[in-house]
Design a protein around this ligand. Structure first.
Ligand code: ATP
Ligand SMILES: Nc1ccn([C@H]2C[C@H](O)[C@@H](COP(=O)(O)O)O2)c(=O)n1
Ligand code: MG
Length: 261
């Protein structure tokens, strides 16, 4: 299978100059996963079939937590500090509603009712963003919400997260925050919120446990000020310093940048 990537890469190289680097890799993959598409064959005798990285695979962080736990708020700070590209699954779905796309009405009805949109729809929206971006570092907020979401992402996008953040917040606090949010969201009312909390407990917990067992989960106590919570987030990215430093978008004041004041 990996041979296909290498042999096709020369075919696409001349026509792909205007494409983003992610599009080129996804094209090169022709149905392979992101990680597979980031590999090429080497032809040294005795080393046939060995995969060598052609480019680094994207750095992916999943951001989990109940409704109103502060995912979006902390994502803004992570973006500001480390320059990751923020993809909010909820925002992408709301954009479909606003644009009255083919799935817009169905998505609206599910969100109003606190339910989860079919994984195929959400993953395809994420895939489109990943493929068209020139970034190689992503924060995927509010995803995966269910085991079905997680499996669909693996199947369709073919990538694993490097880091999974879980903002752990008591229900009482989440309810208070959502009801005070005032952003005109159709799901920010007590009836929908109760349903969302039930669905979160039933469907997101297994995902949290899955990443805990894989050693990828970082649990953050989401009570306190925004800055106090962010202090817990900062050290999580330290081991990934080298990968993140290469980002064009890193804030010069980031703790990852040496001699920053
Ligand atoms: N640490 C905090 N203390 C108090 N309020 C907060 C804190 N963090 C975020 N908020 C506020 O709580 C509300 C919900 O936060 P946010 O939108 O970041 O949550 P979320 O996890 O993204 O929620 P959702 O899953 O519904 O999108 C917002 O109005 C935000 O300003
Ligand atoms: N993976 C996802 C993410 C979001 N949704 C739907 C259901 C949520 O209640 C709503 C809002 O998401 P949020 O902005 O709170 O992250 O969007 C989904 O079905 N699947
Ligand atoms: Mg949010």
């Amino acid at each position: 299978m990996w041979r296909r990537v290498a042999s096709l890469s020369s075919t696409i190289s001349s026509s792909s100059r205007s494409l983003s680097r992610n599009q080129v890799f996804f094209q090169a993959a022709f149905g392979l996963s992101i990680r597979e598409s980031y590999a090429t064959e080497i032809s040294k005798p005795g080393e046939e079939g060995v995969l060598r990285p052609k480019e680094k695979a994207p750095f992916i962080t999943f951001v989990l937590g109940g409704p109103g736990s502060g995912k979006g708020t902390q994502c803004e700070k992570i973006v500001e500090t480390f320059g990751l590209t923020h993809l909010s699954a909820g925002d992408l779905l709301r954009r479909e509603i606003a644009m009255h796309t083919q799935n817009g009405a169905m998505i609206l009805n599910l969100i109003k009712d606190g339910k989860i949109v079919p994984s195929e729809v959400t993953v395809k929206l994420l895939q489109k963003e990943l493929e068209s971006s020139n970034s190689s570092k992503f924060l995927i907020d509010g995803f995966p919400r269910t085991e079905e979401n997680r499996v669909a992402f693996e199947r369709i996008v073919g990538a694993d997260p490097d880091v999974v953040l879980f903002f752990d917040c008591p229900e009482e606090e989440m309810v208070k925050r959502v009801l005070n949010r005032n952003q005109g969201r159709v799901d920010d009312n007590i009836t929908t919120m109760k349903k969302r909390l039930k669905i979160f407990e039933a469907l997101n917990r297994p995902v949290i446990d899955y990443y805990k067992n894989k050693g990828k989960l970082y649990t953050i106590n989401a009570i306190g000020t925004v800055d106090d919570i962010f202090k817990q987030v900062l050290p999580i990215f330290t081991p990934f310093e080298e990968q993140l430093k290469q980002s064009r978008h890193v804030n010069p004041k980031s703790p990852l940048v040496e001699n920053s004041s």
